[in-house]
Every structure is written in C-alpha cells, then in structure tokens.
Design a protein around this ligand. Structure first.
Ligand SMILES: *Cc1c(COP(=O)(O)O)cnc(C)c1O
Length: 354
C-alpha cells in the first residue's frame, strides 16, 4: 500500500499561525482511507484538510459506530520531531475497532500515515515550550442505512492541530467532583474502547459539575457506585506518604491510558512504588482527610499530569496537599515531558522520531 500525497503547497510549506485554540485550528492536510467489504482498505491519500461528504443516513450519525485516538508530535530540542509511543495508540485503535465491530487497520500503514502527515505539516508543530501538534486518528461508519447492524463501509482519517501548553502558568491543581448519581460506563459495556459515545454519555454530568465550580468529574463504577474509575479524559493516581503511587486496576470499564501505563513503568525508575488496585471511594476520602494521601493527579495525553487540589463528594470538600502541586506530580511531569521533548534520556525506547 502506498499513500498518495496531494499537497496544498507543492513548493512551499504552510505554517502554523501565531494564535490558535486547541481543537479548533487544524493543520493543512489530512490522511484518509476507505473501507469496503470487496476492496478492504483502499485509496490511501493525504490531501488538504477539508469537510467530509457523508450521506445523512450514514450509520455513524445515528448509531455512533465511531472510534478515535489522541496522540501528539513534539518538537525536540534539536528541532527534530518526536512521536511518543505511537504503536500503543495504533494497537488501542484496533482494539477499539474490534469492540465496535469495525475493521482493523494495518499497523505499519497507520504508523506511516501518522508520520507522513506530521512530516508534511511539520511547520505546524509549534516551537513554544510545552506545546505540540495534537493528532486525532478517527474511524467512522459510513454505510447509508438506518437498519440496525454493523456498517459495511468505513472511513479512517487523521487530522492534526496545534496545542499550546495545557498549563499556561505551570502545573495548577484542578478541582474534581465525584459523580454520585451518574455513571460513565459499565463492565461489559464500551468503557474500555475510545469511542465517542462514552463522551456523549458523560456530557450531562460534566456540565452539572461545572455549575458547581468544579472542572472535571471523577467516575465511580456503575455496579456498586463505590470503586474509583477515572476522571473525564484522564486516568487517576493517588500518592501515599509521598512514595507510593496507586491507580485503579483496569476493571473492564476504564480506558487503558498510555500515560497511565507510562507512569506505572517510569515511576519505579524514579524511586516510587506503584500498584494497581480496586480503590474504594470511602477509603480514599478517609485517607485524604487523615493526610495519608499526600497527592492526587490525573494523567492523559492532553495534560500529561494534572494535579487535583480538591475533591467534592456528597456536599463535602476534601482538600489535597493545600490545593498545591506536589513533588511527585512535578517530578513525573518533568520526566515524562523530558522524554517527549528529548531533554531526558529515553530509557524505555518510547520516542519515535520523524
Ligand atoms: C484517552 C483517554 C484517557 C487517557 O489516555 P492516554 O492514552 O493517556 O491519553 C483516559 N480516559 C479516557 C476516557 C480517555 O478517552
């Protein structure tokens, strides 16, 4: 398979504007390939970013047969460009595809598509510290049919856009509300897949907590409403006595984050103990109140590490580490971003240069 490139700027490269807002500004080009049962994946092409043409009855618009990924390209200190563990995103994309009854994508082709798009749009990878080019691989069901059942046809495309530093003034703690009434995903459902419906299902509660002055929702398990799952688009970690990092074990309804996995591998090398456990919200809140838990932070590609300064639950507020960013969060943030931007040694072989 070869990817045809139809560049918008055959003799010169387009550039990233000085001002942009995350998720609303996109680079010059996009990758696209189509799937039909007879030809499988075909028409691999990179062409100028443009609207899609879809039948109004396209399956994705009615029954949400859709998956996506999120990863970033980082401008290295020596001006080359790095991807961080892209193979993990590619594998997770195929796991999500399988769960949503969508065709898998050849891993090598997917990587080539990511690299070719970023290479072509390399001037869109911002230079400012902490900024990056956010990349969004997506697959949608395109068959024009309202009858239920998996679609026959699919589009797989990749778009990208510049992302500024998530934290303009350094790491600033966020406040998180523990959902008491609403649930995100249930074991046996699609919580493990990166699929749009999970976000649609969480929007109502997200809007409610913003009205209460919190920025994100912490989800509990949907069976007992007792065990901690994850936060918005991040996994969550608790730090005991500044030394032991604990995160919920993958339950079947939690999205297995690549940042989470990276922390589980990196933290022991930095001298921390790590464990994955089933975490009871009442125990966690008691341990915050008694001071045994010294830090809480979310982790995901967008923010990397996001310290949590306050947890609200059933009318009570629990303050963590004086609502300040702790040493463990800072150290993990510095080391992970150091690997991504090429200022720390890449001991795990996580970086893929373009
Ligand atoms: C993408 C995502 C995460 C974080 O995953 P990373 O691979 O670390 O970016 C966590 N939770 C949900 C629901 C997500 O969609």
């Amino acid at each position: 398979m070869t990817i045809t490139i139809n560049s918008k700027h055959p003799n010169e490269r387009g550039t990233c504007p000085a001002e942009y807002s995350f998720g609303e500004t996109f680079s010059d080009h996009m990758f696209m390939q189509q799937y039909t049962p007879d030809k499988c994946w075909h028409n691999q092409e990179i062409y100028p970013y443009q609207p899609l043409s879809l039948d109004p009855s396209a399956a994705v618009l009615h029954y949400s047969q859709e998956i996506f990924e999120g990863l970033k390209a980082y401008r290295n200190v020596n001006d080359s460009i790095n991807l961080f563990r892209p193979q993990e995103n590619i594998k997770r994309f195929n796991r999500s595809a399988k769960r949503m009854v969508m065709p898998e994508v050849d891993e090598a082709l997917h990587l080539e598509a990511l690299k070719s798009l970023v290479y072509l749009d390399q001037d869109w990878v911002p230079h400012q510290k902490g900024s990056s080019l956010y990349i969004r691989p997506t697959m949608i069901a395109t068959s024009a049919k309202l009858g239920l059942g998996a679609s026959m046809n699919y589009s797989h495309y990749i778009i990208a856009g510049p992302a500024g530093s998530y934290f303009k003034g350094g790491l600033v703690p966020i406040s998180v509300f523990v959902a008491d009434e609403y649930r995100r995903a249930v074991k046996g459902g699609v919580g493990e897949a990166k699929t749009g419906g999970n976000y649609a299902a969480s929007l109502f509660a997200s809007e409610e907590v913003i009205k209460l002055g919190y920025s994100q929702v912490l989800w509990l398990d949907a069976v007992e409403g007792k065990y901690i799952e994850e936060v918005g688009a991040m996994n969550i970690c608790f730090v005991y006595e500044n030394a032991h990092i604990v995160t919920p074990e993958l339950s079947g309804s939690i999205l297995p984050g690549i940042t989470r996995d990276s922390i589980l591998k990196l933290a022991p090398a930095l001298g921390y103990e790590v464990s994955e456990q089933r975490l009871d919200i009442d125990v966690i809140l008691a341990d915050i109140a008694s001071g045994k838990i010294t830090e809480v932070f979310g982790c995901g590609t967008a923010a990397v590490i996001s310290p949590v300064g306050k947890l609200g639950f059933k009318g009570k507020e629990y303050v963590i580490n004086n609502n300040e960013t702790g040493d463990v969060a800072t150290k993990l943030y510095d080391n992970l971003t150091g690997i991504q931007y090429g200022t720390c040694e890449d001991k795990f072989g996580w970086v893929e240069s373009i």
